[in-house]
Write a protein that binds this ligand. Structure first.
Ligand SMILES: [Mn+2]
Length: 320
């Protein structure tokens, strides 16, 4: 796919990504937004997303993101980094009213149900940003676009370390570096940087973590009271699951934070064997084989017990 070809007859284009935008969601949507701004100056482009985190403020165009849907019938509406239409709320009406829709994504097929008119879905790609880049003309990518693509790639690969990272991923990242981006700053400031309270709550979550299933699994949780005490939101708890995953001997890490009465947002990571996307799907969530999540009803222990049973079932299936 060449994205400029796909939209060549369009006068107005809308773009969105998934709810609670992460680095890849922002990198891919803003990457496309900036690419179209530069290479189709005649085009009217709107980008819709929820309010992004402050750590991404260096991305060009981030202040132009719209948070409420316009009542416009777009010639083309493009959804990135999103496998299902129910994850673009509250911008569904823009999608439904559009004359043509395109989805550019990397979620596995059981989660991407080809909901658009044209679907470019590459489950083997590291990130939606990587898939998007393949639709660009290389010589039309400027530094601002390169910063977005690079950001998307480092976030969905955990800075080039998850198994979704391929030689192709590195090649694209290298090309982005050649555009003169401040790659060390991007990695430090958008990925690794933690505020003082984020480090405090990370320390607390690690201190209270529990190993189970012969040390193959670990979980920890943060309550609403604790979040209020430290003055943090769910968005700021991002690094905790990653540190849990790194625990020696652990195959699956689970992190939960309370979002309501008997309701938790649950993240899971696995190293090599367990398919956490499959587990998340059973709870109505989604994600990737090694990184997935869902919103779970019940107490921390009831949710973790259910996940534990599913992990055990996968081990049993593997041994047969
Ligand atoms: Mn992604």
């Amino acid at each position: 796919m060449n994205i400029l070809e796909e939209i060549k007859d369009a006068a107005c284009v809308g773009i969105t990504g998934h709810v609670r935008p992460d680095g890849d969601c922002l990198g891919s949507t803003l990457g496309l937004y900036n690419y179209l701004k530069v290479n189709r100056p005649d085009l009217s482009v709107d980008l819709y997303l929820e309010q992004p985190g402050a750590e991404f403020s260096y991305l060009t165009g981030i202040d132009e993101i719209l948070h409420t849907p316009k009542n416009v019938a777009y010639d083309v509406f493009i959804v990135l980094d999103c496998g299902s239409i129910d994850r673009i709320e509250p911008f569904t009406q823009c999608f439904e009213q559009a004359k043509k829709t395109i989805c550019i994504d990397h979620h596995i097929s059981s989660q991407n149900n080809d909901f658009a008119d044209i679907n470019l879905v590459k489950p083997e790609a590291s990130s939606a940003s990587e898939v998007l880049y393949t639709t660009f003309d290389e010589d039309k990518v400027n530094k601002a676009v390169a910063e977005c693509i690079y950001t998307g790639i480092i976030h969905d690969t955990g800075v080039f370390k998850y198994s979704c990272t391929s030689a192709k991923t590195m090649e694209i990242a290298g090309k982005m570096m050649e555009k003169g981006i401040a790659y060390s700053d991007i990695i430090d400031n958008s990925f690794y940087k933690k505020t003082y309270v984020q480090n405090q709550i990370l320390g607390r979550a690690l201190l209270e973590s529990v190993l189970f299933y012969d040390g193959k699994c670990i979980f920890s949780n943060v309550t609403r009271d604790e979040m209020a005490f430290y003055g943090v939101t769910g968005k700021e708890l991002g690094g905790i699951i990653e540190q849990l995953r790194l625990t020696d001997g652990v195959e699956v890490a689970i992190f939960l934070y309370e979002t309501g009465d008997h309701e938790h947002k649950v993240s899971m990571r696995s190293k090599k064997q367990i398919d956490v996307a499959k587990i998340a799907a059973e709870f109505g969530g989604g994600g990737h084989v090694r990184a997935a999540g869902f919103t779970g009803k019940g107490t921390v222990y009831s949710i973790v017990n259910k996940i534990g049973e599913m992990i055990e079932r996968q081990y049993v299936d593997m041994s047969q």
